[in-house]
Each structure stands twice: as structure tokens, then as C-alpha cells.
Design a protein. Structure first.
Ligand SMILES: *[C@@H]1O[C@H](CO)[C@@H](O)[C@H](O)[C@H]1NC(C)=O
Ligand SMILES: *[C@@H]1O[C@H](CO)[C@@H](O)[C@H](O)[C@H]1NC(C)=O
Ligand SMILES: *[C@@H]1O[C@H](CO)[C@@H](O)[C@H](O)[C@H]1NC(C)=O
Ligand SMILES: *[C@@H]1O[C@H](CO)[C@@H](O)[C@H](O)[C@H]1NC(C)=O
Ligand SMILES: *[C@@H]1O[C@H](CO)[C@@H](O)[C@H](O)[C@H]1NC(C)=O
Length: 506
């Protein structure tokens, strides 16, 4: 495209001498000349704009807004294999009226990094984390580089890196220099107890999609926020819109008064237990659940007809259950306006700690699940306004506190707080490669390419990031945990009471 415009500009330059020959003509001609010169200037400006500002864009575009768009430049990338350098490196046009405090769950960033608060993070600690990492991400002067150690399953690594790359495009000049290890597998790796015994180099900081209370791992948003092509899950921003639309289709009260789940039960024993609660699993027993086994291979063959997220909000209750570790389905399930029956989890994602039992979900025991589910559904159908409130609270949490802007803000604050702890200057290892959106998308195709194009950040935001809330003090953390335990115990008491009475009746 660039060459095309250069040629166009050259051909205009060739007209230049002919302007001089208009001298001997009189008034009429002078007008013509004026028009011509104006036209010429106009075209020069157009050429200039095209070359230096909108290079790569097919049609000259005069934008009235201050926002300049920076689309992908795959033609240039294809020729030079070097990352474009026209993207802004600083952040201006800031809208300072938009100050707001980040959602409460951001405060857990301080908790996740607390183990390093005393010692800082040394290079030795980072190198210990390498043992389990898929890649090392280095950010230097606003540019991202990656050193790859091994391939992740599917394209988790690609979409995770894509996410960090888009963060850099959203907030140029704001992301500090960092060096971090990222592991794209499911389960947390580094047990807390092991790393505080001396002598050792100290706790390794490893970025993961989920962690648990016994692990050191630092949680970061998973790849699916930018899309999961292997299961046809579109980027979060688009899915969220679809779910909002889907929610309008059926009023909560008109939804099927049972609990819905669709998934693959073979990934964990607790899921295998869950499907035993299905209707018709046991003769003459209906636990009020409707469970569907997802066969991903058949779904991919049939164009994912049954797995549209927005079509799954037609039941009054939805079940969330972990798989081999946390499940990506969590955010989709909880956005449905139907209360989530949340089977006691072991793991947490970066946002899960912002939700509380009875406020955002209904807790379900993982032992004696069927009875627990049956009670919850009956309770909800007896107390519809309370049930509806729970469903709406989790939808609000997911749709507002977890909109894509906050996902990026979370990453920004996580990297900023992490960078403050680094005791060494990040450097480029010899085999690191520079990342830019072009290097990731231009050779991709199909859904992989489309999802990246759809989640591309086209220009820096004009909004300031939300303000990071302060760390919790220990008594508040204790109060939050006690509150959760109390709510869960409360539900278990109601449940026990109910089933005791059922037995008496029989
Ligand atoms: C890059 O160039 C090759 C060969 O010239 C061509 O086949 C391919 O389609 C181009 N890719 C893009 C993204 O333009
Ligand atoms: C369960 O069995 C009943 C009676 O046999 C049948 O009508 C119903 O469709 C079955 N439900 C499901 C979800 O398979
Ligand atoms: C595969 O999917 C199609 C379309 O969704 C469905 O009709 C069919 O029953 C499924 N087959 C199996 C074996 O699950
Ligand atoms: C729901 O209401 C029915 C009828 O009042 C009652 O028999 C049942 O025990 C209630 N169930 C729960 C879980 O509240
Ligand atoms: C504990 O729960 C109560 C009532 O559910 C609530 O008002 C209070 O704010 C909670 N405290 C904390 C620290 O979450």
C-alpha cells in the first residue's frame, strides 16, 4: 500500500514544471492555475498524511476526531518482517474527568505479591520459576519480547501474549519494564510451604491463570478474554455483548425452573459425580438438574450449534463446576441473570475472589451434590425475588466489574505492582524475539486470525486507568473469609434441616 502512495505522489511531482508554463496566460487562466495549485496542495497533503500517518490505509481519511487509528500493517510486515514503529509511545489526550477506583477484587493483587514484599523479586527467583514456564515475557521501553521455552496446548500462549501486546497498545508509555515467567497450564505449581525453608533462592514468582490458597502462583487473565478459537469462543468483549442480548430473550421467571450445565464430565472425578445427579440417571429420581454432555469433537464438526453461550441463558439456574482446574466457563455462566449454583471450588481466578456466597452465587457442597442442588433449586423457586437478586448481582459483577477495560486495568496494575518489586533491571536474553500485533496475526488464518483482528486495540485509550485500591489490612481479610464461611455454613444448615424433615415425612 505504501508503494502505491509513493507512486501516486511521484506522478503528481511530474506535473510541477507545467505550472510554470501557465505564466503567459491571463485572468481566466490564473483562476484555473489557482484551482490547480489548490488541488495540487490538497493532493500533496493527502499523500503526506497517507505516508506518515495513515500508512497502510487504502483510502485517504480525514478524521475529525482526535483519535488516529492504527490498523494492522500486514503488507509491510510481509515484506520486511520488522515491527512497525509508527505506533504512539506515549499517552496523551487523557480524559482526566474519568477518575474512578478499581473494583474491589483488584486489592487481591497486593495479596498475590505479598510474599515478595519484604525481599523483593530477584533474578534468581525468576529463574527458579522458569522450570515450569512456557515463556518469559520481557517488556522494555514499551516493547514486548518473548523467549519461548516450550509450546502450550492449543494456542493459549499465542492468545495470552496477544493480550499483553494489546495492553501495550492500549496504554503506551504506561507499562513499566518487567521480566516475568508465564505458565499456560491449568493447575498451580509452586507450593507455598516449600519455598520459605532456608536455604533456597526464595519464592519463585510464576504467572498463571489460576491458583489456590496453598500456592504462590500469581493469577493473570486467561487467554479466552481474547478468544478461544479451538472451542469457538469469541473475544470477551463480543461474547459479553451477545450474552447481554441473550439475557433479554427470556425473563428470569419464564425460564425453565431447573439447573443447567453443559460440559465434559470426564476431566475430573467431581464432574463425574455431578452427572450422576442428572434427570433419568436414576430411575424415578429427578434432582431438578438438566445436564448435557458436551462432545467437543462432534460440536466442532457441527459448527458449535449447541455451544452458543448466549443460547444457554434459558434455565433459571446454572451450575458452575471446576474441571481439571478452574473452568473458563465461569465468567459466561455467571453473566446469565440466573443464579449460579457454585460447586465448592478449589481454585480461584483473578476475579473470583471478588464474589461472595449468597450475594453473587449459591454455594453447593461437593460431597452429596445431588441433594445440595435439589435443595438450592427448590429454595430458589420458593424465594424467587431473592434468587433473582443473586442472579442479577453476579451478572452485574461480570458485565460491569469485569468488562474488558477492567481486565486491561487489572493487567496494568498487576505489572506495575510486580515491577516495583523487581531487584534487577530486565534485560533481553539473546534468543528473545520482539512481539508486535503484526508478527502474531499476519501469518495466522481462519478463526485464529479473525479473533485477533476482532480483539485488536486500534488506538491508545483516552481514559485514565482506574485507581488501584490500597491493600487490605489483615483484620479485613479475616472478616471477608469469616463472612464467606458463615454464609456457606448457613446454607448447609438449611440444607440439613430440609433433608432431615424429608426423611421424617417418608
Ligand atoms: C505475504 O506474501 C506471500 C507471498 O508473497 C503471500 O502469499 C501472502 O498472502 C502474504 N500475506 C499477507 C498477510 O499479505
Ligand atoms: C426422562 O424420562 C422421561 C420419561 O421416560 C422422558 O419423558 C424425558 O424426556 C426424559 N428426560 C430427559 C432429559 O432425557
Ligand atoms: C452431534 O451434533 C449434532 C448437531 O448438534 C446432533 O444432532 C447429534 O446428535 C450429535 N451427535 C452425537 C453423537 O452427540
Ligand atoms: C418450598 O415450598 C414448599 C411448599 O411450601 C415446601 O414444601 C418446601 O419445603 C419448600 N422448599 C424449600 C427448599 O424451601
Ligand atoms: C459481611 O457480611 C455482611 C452481611 O452479609 C456485610 O454487611 C458485611 O459488609 C460483610 N463484611 C465484609 C468484610 O465483607
Amino acid at each position: 500500500m505504501k508503494d502505491l502512495y509513493k507512486d501516486k505522489c511521484k506522478s503528481i511531482n511530474r506535473f510541477r514544471p507545467s505550472i510554470g508554463h501557465q505564466n503567459n496566460a491571463i485572468t481566466r487562466l490564473l483562476v484555473l492555475v489557482a484551482v490547480f495549485v489548490l488541488g495540487f496542495m490538497f493532493m500533496m497533503v493527502t499523500c503526506w498524511l497517507n505516508l506518515y500517518m495513515f500508512s497502510g490505509q487504502p483510502i485517504p481519511k480525514f478524521q475529525t476526531k482526535e483519535v488516529h487509528d492504527f490498523p494492522l500493517e500486514c503488507l509491510a510486515w510481509n515484506k520486511t518482517l520488522s515491527c512497525p514503529n509508527n505506533y504512539p509511545t506515549t499517552h496523551d489526550n487523557l480524559d482526566h474527568s474519568s477518575f474512578n477506583t478499581c473494583p474491589e477484587y483488584f486489592r487481591w493483587i497486593h495479596e498475590d505479591l505479598r510474599r515478595w514484599r519484604g525481599t523483593g523479586i530477584t533474578r534468581d527467583m525468576v529463574e527458579v520459576a522458569k522450570r515450569s514456564a512456557h515463556f518469559r515475557l520481557i517488556i522494555l521501553d514499551g516493547k514486548a519480547y518473548v523467549e519461548t521455552f516450550r509450546k502450550s496446548i492449543q494456542t493459549r500462549d499465542l492468545f495470552t501474549l496477544w493480550g499483553f501486546q494489546q495492553l501495550l497498545r492500549l496504554y503506551p508509555g504506561r507499562i513499566p519494564d518487567v521480566e516475568l515467567m508465564f505458565d499456560c497450564d491449568d493447575r498451580p505449581v509452586f507450593n507455598i510451604k516449600q519455598y520459605f525453608r532456608r536455604p533456597n533462592p526464595g519464592p519463585p514468582p510464576l504467572f498463571k491463570y489460576c491458583s489456590d490458597p496453598w500456592s504462590l502462583d500469581i493469577v493473570s487473565p486467561d487467554w479466552s478474554f481474547w478468544g478461544w478459537p479451538e472451542t469457538n469462543l469469541k473475544p470477551w468483549e463480543m461474547t459479553l455483548k451477545d450474552i447481554k442480548e441473550g439475557n433479554k430473550r427470556v425473563n428470569w421467571k419464564d425460564r425453565i425452573p431447573f439447573a443447567y450445565w453443559r460440559g465434559n464430565p470426564s476431566v475430573s472425578p467431581v464432574r463425574a459425580d455431578l452427572v450422576k445427579c442428572n434427570v433419568n440417571n436414576t430411575h424415578n429420581v429427578d434432582w431438578d438438574t438438566r445436564l448435557f454432555i458436551q462432545d467437543w469433537i462432534n460440536e466442532s464438526v457441527h459448527g458449535y450449534k449447541n455451544s452458543n453461550i448466549e443460547d444457554q441463558c434459558t434455565y433459571r439456574y446454572k451450575i458452575y463446576i471446576e474441571g481439571w482446574s478452574w473452568s473458563v466457563s465461569e465468567k459466561y455462566i455467571m453473566a446469565c441473570d440466573s443464579p449460579t449454583l457454585y460447586i465448592t471450588p478449589r481454585f480461584y481466578t483473578f476475579f473470583a475472589r471478588g464474589m461472595s456466597p449468597l450475594q453473587h452465587f449459591w454455594p453447593i457442597r461437593s460431597t452429596d451434590m445431588c441433594k445440595s442442588l435439589k435443595f438450592a433449586i427448590e429454595w430458589g423457586n420458593n424465594h424467587t425475588s431473592k434468587a433473582q437478586e443473586i442472579g442479577e448481582a453476579s451478572s452485574r459483577f461480570i458485565q460491569e466489574d469485569m468488562k474488558m477495560e477492567y481486565v486491561y486495568d487489572y493487567m496494568l496494575h498487576l505489572l506495575t505492582e510486580y515491577a516495583k518489586l523487581l531487584k534487577f533491571k530486565p534485560t533481553l536474553p539473546p534468543n528473545a524475539v520482539e512481539l508486535c500485533s503484526e508478527s502474531m496475526v499476519c501469518f495466522a488464518d481462519g478463526k485464529w486470525r479473525r479473533f485477533m483482528e476482532d480483539s485488536l486495540v486500534r488506538y491508545p485509550t483516552s481514559a485514565t486507568p482506574c485507581t488501584m485500591p490500597p491493600p487490605y489490612d489483615p483484620t479485613t481479610i479475616k472478616a471477608i473469609i469469616d463472612n464467606r464461611t458463615r454464609a456457606i455454613k448457613q446454607v448447609e444448615m438449611w440444607e440439613d434441616e430440609y433433608w432431615k424433615n424429608q426423611h421424617l415425612k417418608h
